[in-house]
Structures are given as structure tokens and as C-alpha cells.
Design a protein around this ligand. Structure first.
Ligand code: SF4
Length: 353
């Protein structure tokens, strides 16, 4: 193992990126050869807690529909939410619209270049601010995502467990930061983590840092998997249960509702549900609480969905509505799918169909 200077390590990874970086990410092909701040920002918002693979199609759809920040700012919010449906974490989409309008209407379409100014905008947290500043403007920022944590935790064999190791990773990344090339450096680290220094099976023989990597040295000869970054034992996610109501009139229309703007799935369209809680309530009690008049049955199939913080199990109650409470709005059956339904509600459609 050779201990190299931060500068040499940065040069090595930049050379590797030049030859082997990912070329299939649509947000990297700005026509000018530079990164377009709008595309960088949009991709960073979409990539929050979401994989590149899941984002690509959405990114292409958004940039086709709204090729620049002014077009997105002028779009109807419902159209944007509809285009976002299925990507999850819907607060991101609402903040994205707010942010686009600030950039377009208050800043003449110009994004701030500085990490601190970017942080003031809706939906941009510390990681996204650092990534946008570095990638779009080569600002002096070193964004630290899961890939960067993994690669640098291995390179330096950092013993602290996640997320306590993040600060130290940030320090190492900042020391390597090549002046004027911070964006390329950020993308290089991300790509190295995504394509070579993979979580379960790193391809060390392809790595530009194979000669310096402490974790690799520690693992050699032991037959053990590379044990970095160190993780705290996993806590089980709690489980919640509830009931979702497929309420249908005799003319075939189905009851939909728009969820409140705040909270989980805020602002999204869905079917009425009971509260989602730890303790299960009977379908009779759930039905009575809704105030619908008509007959009902519990379907054999139910819906399971996992959110970031909990697992959800929804029983499905089909109601032949005759009278009574009808919050929300009626929608012809064949138009239900054209609404911006989040994934959990799409699963309900599948169960009923
Ligand atoms: Fe990751 Fe292996 Fe490279 Fe070390 S040598 S950084 S473990 S790919």
C-alpha cells in the first residue's frame, strides 16, 4: 500500500473519470459541454433518496416538457405533480415548483452559484447545495453522498460508523478538492462508487486507488468482504396498518380525494383511507367512520408498501356507494389512472382491477 498525497489521489481519480466515467446519464449532456445549472438542479432534486435508474425516465420527460427553469416555473402545478407521480417523496416536487418560480420570477432565471445561497432555496439541503455549486459552477464544494462515503471510508479505512463518519469523509474530500475542477471531481467520486467501489463487491483491480486503499489491504488474505463503511446495527422499521376505500357509484365513477398539502403524500390524489396506525381496527369500524351509505366488502388482496420510516399494510374495502358522505371528487373509472397517483395508490388500482 502506498500513502499518496491528496493531490495525487485527486489526479488519479480524475484521469480514471476521463476514461471510464458514466456516459449514459442524461443530465450530463449539456449542449455546450458545460453543465446546464437547470439540468444539474433538476437531477439533484430527483436523485434525492432515489436511484439514477429510477430517475432517468422522469428526467427525460421533465426536460422534454419543460426544457428550462422558466418553462417549469410557468407550468401548471397539477401537470407537474402528474408528471412526477410514481417517483415518490412528493414534498420534493412541491418544493421544486416553488424553487423554479423563485429562480424564474425573482432571479431572472439565474441560479445562485454559491452553496450558502443555494441553501436558502426551497428543497435544497446541504448535500444538494454542495452538488449543484460544484457540478454546475465548479464552486469550492465537496458533496458527500452515499457513494462518496463508501469510497473514502474504504480508502482511509475510517472506523467511525455511519452517519458519524460523514464529517471525516467530508474533510478528506475537501483536502483532495482540485481547484477549478470540483464538479468533475464530485462526479468522478460518485461514478467510482457507483461502478467500481460497489457496496457488496468492489472491483478493486479496476480502481485507480487500488495501490493506496487501506480497506483493500486489510481485507487481503482474510477472505473477508471489505467491511467499510461501518454501519450501526439496523433498527427494524415499524409497521402501520389501515384501510383504503374503493368507493364506486352505480354509474361507474370512483371517489378520489386530494390529500392535504402537508404530511405524507401531501397534495397528491388518492383514494380515501382510514388513519394509518400501529394498531389494527376492524373493517366495520373503519367503514362506519367514513359515513358512506351503501354495501361494502373486504377484498381478498391487500396492499403492502414501504415508506422511508415504516411498512404499511392496507386492507381494501370496496363500497357500492348509494348515499352519504362524499369528500373529494368523482372520477370516471377509465380516467382514474390518468391522475397523479402515488405508487401506493396505484397498487390499490391493481388490487381492484
Ligand atoms: Fe473501493 Fe477497492 Fe478502490 Fe478500495 S481499492 S476504493 S475498496 S474499489
Amino acid at each position: 500500500m502506498t500513502d499518496l498525497s491528496p493531490r495525487t489521489l485527486a489526479d488519479q481519480v480524475l484521469r480514471w473519470f476521463d476514461a471510464s466515467g458514466r456516459t449514459d446519464l442524461p443530465w450530463r449532456d449539456a449542449p455546450s459541454g458545460q453543465r446546464d445549472p437547470y439540468r444539474v438542479w433538476l437531477s439533484e432534486i430527483m436523485l434525492q433518496q432515489t436511484t439514477c435508474r429510477a430517475v432517468m425516465g422522469y428526467f427525460e420527460k421533465f426536460t422534454r416538457l419543460w426544457p428550462d427553469v422558466k418553462a417549469l416555473a410557468a407550468a401548471d402545478s397539477d401537470d407537474v405533480m402528474r408528471a412526477w407521480a410514481g417517483l415518490g417523496y412528493y414534498a420534493r416536487a412541491r418544493n421544486m415548483i416553488k424553487c423554479a418560480r423563485i429562480i424564474a420570477f425573482e432571479r431572472q432565471g439565474v441560479f445562485p452559484t454559491d452553496e450558502r445561497d443555494l441553501l436558502e432555496l426551497p428543497g435544497i439541503g446541504p448535500y444538494s447545495a454542495a452538488a449543484i455549486s460544484a457540478i454546475a459552477f465548479h464552486g469550492p464544494s465537496a458533496p458527500v453522498d452515499g457513494n462518496v462515503i463508501r469510497v473514502l471510508s474504504r480508502l482511509y479505512a475510517i472506523k467511525a460508523v455511519m452517519p458519524a463518519n460523514k464529517g471525516l469523509v467530508g474533510e478528506y474530500a475537501a483536502k483532495m478538492l482540485p481547484q477549478g475542477h470540483s464538479g468533475t471531481f464530485a462526479e468522478a467520486l460518485m461514478d467510482l462508487g457507483a461502478t467500481v467501489c460497489k457496496p457488496k463487491k468492489p472491483d478493486c483491480p479496476l480502481c485507480p486507488w487500488q495501490g493506496s486503499c487501506r480497506a483493500r489491504t486489510l481485507a487481503q488474505g482474510t477472505g473477508q468482504a471489505i467491511d467499510f463503511p461501518r454501519k450501526a446495527p439496523k433498527k427494524d422499521k415499524p409497521a402501520r396498518t389501515g384501510w383504503v376505500f374503493w368507493v364506486q357509484r352505480n354509474d361507474g365513477q370512483v371517489l378520489l380525494e386530494r390529500r392535504p398539502d402537508t404530511g405524507l403524500l401531501g397534495g397528491m390524489t388518492g383514494f380515501p383511507t382510514s388513519a394509518w396506525q400501529g394498531a389494527e381496527i376492524s373493517p366495520q369500524r373503519a367503514f362506519d367512520a367514513q359515513g358512506y351509505g351503501g354495501t361494502w366488502q373486504v377484498l381478498d388482496q391487500s396492499v403492502r408498501h414501504t415508506f422511508t420510516h415504516f411498512h404499511l399494510h392496507l386492507g381494501v374495502i370496496k363500497v357500492d356507494w348509494v348515499e352519504g358522505r362524499q369528500t373529494g371528487f368523482w372520477c370516471p373509472l377509465d380516467e382514474v389512472r390518468s391522475h397523479a397517483l402515488p405508487s401506493v395508490m396505484r397498487k390499490v388500482v391493481k388490487v381492484v382491477e
